[in-house]
Structure formats: C-alpha cells, structure tokens
Design a protein around this ligand. Structure first.
Ligand code: SF4
Length: 718
C-alpha cells in the first residue's frame, strides 16, 4: 500500500504582527511539520520558538482534546453545554438576536472580535453588524493592542498607515525603540536588528523602557524612563532639538503645520524637568536626541508601552512629532514604525472592523464616508451613532444596555482589564455566543451557545502584517469535526437574520468563499490611502504585497510619504500638541507599587495554543511577580515565596522573584497566565482569573485603549 502523499502549503504564522511566512507540511489530513517560508519577505525562512512549534501545538493530544468540534448549547446558566446541530444553533442565535433587536433596538447587540481573525472574517462580521443589523457596536481586541498607534498616525500623518518597512531596519543609522520588548514580542524582527547592528556597528540603538529588558541588552543607550512619562521625554527631546538647532526647518516649512504651537508647548520640557520626572540623566537625553536628530536615517520601533496607556494617542503623536521636526520620515531607514501586536490587527482596520471605522479606512463619523459604504453595500444608510468600543461595550453589557454579545476568536474574560466588570457583563447578557476553536477559554464558561471555528492550518484568506504587507493564508488540512470558518459562520447567521429582518429582499451576503469577500473589500479601497485595486487574488497567489497598490501598479509601495505629501486636506503633516498627562492611577501610600504587564518570549495571549506544549514552558515555567531585590528585602520576602498582590479591583497570589531589570517600587508580571495557573477571589468572593483581575479600565480619551501597562498595587505576605 503506498504512503499517503506529503503536501507543503505556504501560509503565515498566526501569532504576532511580524507576519512570518510558513510552509506547512501535512499528510493524511494531519499537520506533520512547519518551516519558515524562505520566499516570504517578513522572515526569509526564519521562525521564532512559537512559530517553529506550530505543528506541535496543532497536533498535541491536549490540543486535540481542547478543540471545540460541534455546536453546543447551555440550556441554563451554569449548566453543562449539550451538543446541538449547526441549524439548531444558528436558528437559536438568529431568533434571539432578532427578538432583542425588535424589543430593544439594534444597539442592544454587540460584536467583540479578534485581531487573529482573517480580513475576510472581519469583513463579513462588520457588514453584518453595520450593514444588516444597523449597529456600530462592533469592536475587537485590537482596541487593547493598536488603537493608540492608529489614532497617533491619523492625528499627525493623516492616515492609519505605518510609513516605514522592515527593510528600513537595515537602512537605519539610528534605531529608537520605545515601550517594546521586541526581543520577546517580535523576535524575528529583533534578530533582523541584531544582524543589522552586527553588519554596521556604527548603528546607534536607543531603548527607552521602564524595564531593562532583553531588548535593552542590544542598546548603545538605555533610558530607564518612569512609567507613563514618554510624552515628557519626547517633548524634552524636541526642546533640546530646538535649543541645539537640530530641527529641519526646511522640511517643517514645506511639509507640516502646527509647529509654532508645539514649540510653545515644549518650552517647559526643560532637560532638568525631564531628568527629574522621567528619571533619566540629562546627558543621556542629550545623547539620545543628538543621535536621533543628526543621524542620516532614524527609525522608531514601538509597541504597547506607548499604546496601552491613558494617554496613548499623545504618546504616539509626540514620537511622530520628532520624526517630522527632523525630516526623519519618507526616506530609506527613517520613520515611525509601530510593531503590531496581533497577526491581523491591520487587516481588521482595513475593512473598518472597529466601532469607529468603516470599510477602506473610512471614518464612521464622516457622513460622506458613511454614504460611500452604504452605496457599496446597497443599503439606504450606515447608522451614524458611534459604536461602543471594547471597554464601553462590556460596561454597557454589565449595565444591561447591551443584551446580546457575540464573541469570536478572543477571550475577554481573561484578556480585558477589570475582570470583575467583564464577568458581570457576561453574566448579565441575555445571549452570549462564543465562536471559538477551543473549549478551554474562560469566556467559553459563560456562553449560551458555543460555535466551533476552524483554526491555523485550516483557514483560507488574507492577513496584513506590521509593514502593510498582505499575505495569503492557506489551508493545509480540513477543519476538524463540525468546525466551520469564521466568515462562513457570519454569513450563515446573516442569511438567517435577513430572513427574519428583511424577508424577500436581495441578500447582502452573496459570498461563496473568502475570495468573494476579498474582492468586495478590494473594490472598497479605490482612491483610499490603502488602495489595492491593482492587487488581484491571482497576483496575491504569487506572493505577498504591500499596500497601497492601485490599479496599474506593478508592485506595492515599500515606504510612504517619500514625496512629502500627506493624506490630509492640505497635503501637510500636522504636529500634535498634547500636554503631558500623568498616569490614570498613580501610586500612593495605600497602593505603593506600579505594576506593569507584558509578554513572555514563548507564550501567546491566553495560552490556548502555546499552553498545550511542554517545551514552551522551558523558558518560563510558571507565573511570577517580578520585584526589585531591595523591595523584597525591605518586606522580608524570600525568593519564590507566595505573596498577595492587591489593586483596587482584585487580588492574586503568586510567587515572587527578584529582578534587577526593574527599578524599586516597580513590578512586572506576564499577561498570559490564566485560571489553571492563577486564582483569587474578589472582595465579594467572586472567582477571579489572571493578572487582569487587577488591571484598570481607564482608557485614552481619543483611542479608547486601556492603560494595561500600569496599575497601582500593594504586595503583602500571604
Ligand atoms: Fe510567528 Fe511572530 Fe515568531 Fe514570526 S516572529 S514566527 S510571526 S510569533
């Protein structure tokens, strides 16, 4: 008997926003291996620990047991879910949603999606909510990830478009890394930076971060800034640039507006004040400023340290101000390049899959944009009322305003801040539908309906990575059991809702597959900053491409704004003058420690996938609270001793570990650990889970991104 053929399928890694290409090996409907795709320009064949073990996490017995393989329904709260058919599950879901819409209006329904969905999944859900149901209550976990970067780009450069690309890492003479431990969070890009530094030792690397992370080990200069003080640091750097005559006056005059107001604002950011409030030396700030301003090409790389902040938009914009003031943008090796947390947060924004966006990077608040999308979808209008963003959506559900929550490919019961509030929301909602690949997520415990979704290696569609590069995602094996694709579930729900809400009318969802969704998305981008009308599905089959790629272009555009023209009404970039705001929850005598959270090198999000593989625990085996040795000594804590951490919202118990990467009074704990590793009780006895039992829901007023990077806590012996 001949052996079953081995297949090799090119796709992408489903973890971080680097967006590495992979080649999946499969045999007999089972994934048997994974390698880096040597032809993919994001990684040229390399993979990090997470990517190179994808095949093992896909096939591990524990993963197979954790897969949701058929629709399930919980007939009453707290009961064990029972299997139901797809028809029964979707009929129940559509009748309940139709009832809630009829009784309470469409804004009583909320959709909470994920930056791990494919672009086509996003497109279908966005049209379902905004085009069919008539609610803009559709947001995603990208709100916890990149919304401040988006708001920063739009406020300054006029569009949600990272202007630089990965190749700029090799072309840069100075790299300024802020609020990013890219050595762990974006490992393949960090390897690229290490190689670039090795090839060009004269390259200057500056790292600004409250923690001296592994990324800082590559730095020529490390700035251990106080948590939340980034805006003041950037204003101080601009103050020095003005004082030293290091600004590019010609660039400012020709390509920007608003510099006079910013000049006035940064006058008070004197070196002495910056040193005192940011906790850095004057000479170091001067050195960093000199390298950034005087280098032939300066590139900034940044991530959640800027984004997950109650002043996230101001932080992003203040950094971009430095690029505009020195002309360090629109040329090889220069520009601000936000590192996207999730694999397809970019694709989700491209199709307007957020509460404040519409297809093709259009704005919901713009009446012309709403009319354009209504015409594209063939509906009278898109509702104008702003949708609820992530925190607002769960607060509205906890308050009883939102009565149905549809959650796809994400685990808000673990990943959202202030878990007690999120639990109230999930308990109060009349309908909670969880569309998931795994049965093991904390959110699944609250579902009335559990719908099995396909996962990595099983899906077809597209994703966009941090450098605007769109890649094809391909299936190497069929989805297991009764699992269906996310776009397919959205379309089948839409057909049922159409039968109830607009009977006899032409369907708005005539999609036979992801390609049809892609084609509609592609046509929606005509004339927009992300125009991909020149990028056909067939062209994409040949290899990934960066947007924009308008009709007639032979390839995508590596770098934006090389002509100095920005997508604003007057073609000029805008300096952003926002004053420095302190942390939303400062430390005080009762809660004297500042807790920050972040990634581990070998784990991903809530560990649904990476937590199934023993070898991914060899880097970090168990949850730990990291604390400076002096603080441990002062409190009499021994290494590994169980301590209690308490914030104003909850309590956790976890072993403590000495860590000199942190300054005294600052703490770190990884974000990944869930209920199987951590437990605790709120003051009212509720079961709490993970680090977000402690974190706060305060968010940036512009981006609505919560301040996950800082919580005031106290620590005591158990
Ligand atoms: Fe996957 Fe990111 Fe690692 Fe690349 S760097 S293999 S995209 S986790």
């Amino acid at each position: 008997m001949s052996a079953l053929p081995v297949t090799h399928t090119r796709s992408t890694c489903p973890y971080c926003g680097v967006g590495c290409g992979v080649v999946i090996e499969a045999q007999g409907g089972r994934i048997t291996g994974v390698q880096g795709d040597p032809l993919h320009p994001a990684n040229f064949g390399k993979l990090c620990t997470k990517g190179s073990t994808l095949h093992l996490t896909a096939t591990a017995e524990v993963t197979r047991q954790a897969r949701l393989l058929q629709p399930m329904q919980r007939l009453e709260r707290g009961a064990a879910p029972v299997p139901v058919s797809w028809d029964a599950a979707l009929d129940t879901a559509s009748s309940e949603i139709a009832r809630i819409v009829t009784d309470h209006g469409p804004d009583a329904v909320g959709f909470y999606l994920s930056g791990q969905l494919l672009t086509e999944d996003y497109y279908a859900f966005n049209k379902l909510a905004k085009g069919l149901l008539g609610t803009n209550n559709l947001d995603t976990n990208s709100r916890l990830c990149m919304s401040s970067a988006v708001a920063g780009y739009k406020a300054t450069l006029g569009a949600d478009a990272p202007p630089a690309c990965y190749e700029d890492i090799e072309r840069a003479h100075c790299v300024f890394i802020v609020g990013s431990n890219m050595a762990w969070a974006h490992p393949i890009l960090f390897r690229r930076l290490e190689a670039a530094k090795a090839a060009n030792p004269a390259m200057k690397i500056i790292v600004a971060d409250p923690r001296r992370t592994d990324t800082a080990s590559l730095a020529d200069l490390f700035l251990p800034i106080a948590p939340g003080s980034d805006v003041l640091l950037f204003h101080g750097m601009l103050h020095l640039m003005l004082w030293e005559g290091w600004i590019d006056s010609d660039y400012i005059a020709a390509h920007t507006t608003g510099f006079e107001a910013l000049k006035n604002l940064v006058r008070s950011a004197t070196p002495e004040r910056v040193a005192q409030e940011c906790g850095v030396r004057v000479d170091d700030v001067l050195q960093a400023t000199r390298w950034f301003a005087q280098s032939p090409a300066s590139l900034s790389l940044y991530c959640q340290g800027l984004n997950q902040s109650s002043s996230g938009t101001a932080k992003n914009a203040a950094l971009i101000n430095l690029h505009l003031a020195t002309g360090q943008i629109g040329k090889p090796g220069a520009g601000p390049l936000s590192l996207t947390g999730q694999p397809n947060a970019m694709g989700g924004r491209e199709v307007g899959g957020m509460a404040n966006l519409l297809s093709g990077h259009r704005d919901l608040a713009n009446a012309t944009h709403r009319a354009e999308v209504a015409a594209l979808w063939g509906i009278p209008e898109v509702p104008a009322a702003p949708g609820k963003t992530a925190i607002e959506m769960f607060e509205a559900a906890a308050d009883g305003q939102i009565k149905a929550l549809w959650i796809a490919c994400t685990n808000p019961a673990q990943s959202m801040p202030d878990q007690r509030m999120v639990q109230r929301a999930l308990e109060r909602a009349e309908l909670v539908v969880v569309q998931e690949a795994f049965t093991t997520t904390e959110t699944a415990r609250h579902a009335h309906l559990l719908l099995p979704a396909s996962s990595w290696g099983e899906k077809i569609g597209t994703v966009t990575n941090s450098e605007r590069r769109i890649s094809r995602v391909r299936a190497a094996v069929p989805a297991p059991g009764m699992a269906r694709h996310d776009w397919q579930i959205a379309v089948e729900l839409a057909h049922r809702l159409e039968a109830r809400l607009r009977p006899g009318q032409r369907t708005l969802f005539p999609y036979a597959g992801p390609q049809a969704l892609w084609e509609e998305h592609r046509s929606s981008t005509a004339g927009r900053d992300l125009d991909i009308t020149g990028l056909s599905w067939e062209r994409l089959e040949q290899g990934p491409q960066q947007w924009p790629m308008p009709e007639g272009a032979s390839q995508g555009q590596a770098r934006l704004y090389e002509n100095g023209i920005f997508p604003t009404p007057d073609g000029k970039a805008r300096f952003h003058s926002a004053s420095y705001q302190p942390l939303a929850e400062p430390v005080d005598a009762r809660y004297p420690f500042g807790l920050t959270t972040g990634r581990l090198r070998d784990q991903w999000h809530g560990m649904s996938r990476t937590g199934t593989l023993g070898r991914l625990f060899s880097h970090t085996a168990e949850p730990r609270l990291h604390m400076h040795p002096q603080d441990m000594q002062r409190r009499g804590f021994a290494e590994g001793e169980l301590v209690q951490i308490a914030s104003r919202r909850g309590t956790l118990m976890v072993p403590v570990q000495a860590d000199t990467q942190l300054a005294p009074t600052r703490l770190f704990m990884a974000m990944h650990w869930g209920s199987e590793f951590l437990g605790g009780r709120a003051e009212n006895g509720e079961r709490l889970l993970g680090i977000n039992a402690l974190t706060q829901p305060a968010f940036c007023p512009t981006s609505k991104q919560p301040e996950l990077k800082h919580t005031a806590v106290k620590v005591s012996k158990v």
